[in-house]
Ligand binder design. Sequence first.
Ligand code: RTP
Ligand code: MG
Length: 139
Amino acid sequence: MERTFAMIKPEGVARGLVGAIIQRIERKGYRIVALKMLRLTPEMAARHYAEHQGKPFYGALVDHITSGPVVAMVLEGPGVIAGLRRMMGPTNPQDAPPGTIRGDFALEVGQNVIHGSDSPASAEREIALFFSPAELTDK
Ligand code: RTP
Ligand code: MG
């Protein structure tokens, strides 16, 4: 069964959106395989966002993602990688339609409340970065 990595970003936690976001994910039918709250170190942020190193927004991105606690999750379900990305909506919340998480809960690209893996390779890499195999629950 397909798995993906999702993370409610610091502003989502600070704004009290954890329950609302998780409710949408569970209501869709995806299974939460693992879940924890943590604050990223700069080293973890650099590994997580390695693909963006050198881009103009990279420094702000790392500063932001390390600015407070996040909620990290592994989700499972058929087509969950693309499916979660559809539920999230586009990167820029101003382009995100109503009904998507970013469309309903966010306005700024740097404050778009949720991360989701963008491919099977990213999902595998990001799950391993945040969770040990023993933390991934079986049904
Ligand atoms: P994410 O990785 O957070 O799930 O978001 P994404 O795939 O939709 O977007 P990505 O291209 O991977 O960018 C990662 C995060 O960087 C911030 N960003 N800022 N100022 C900008 O132009 C800009 N572009 C991207 C966003 O917070 C985005 O989620
Ligand atoms: Mg991305």
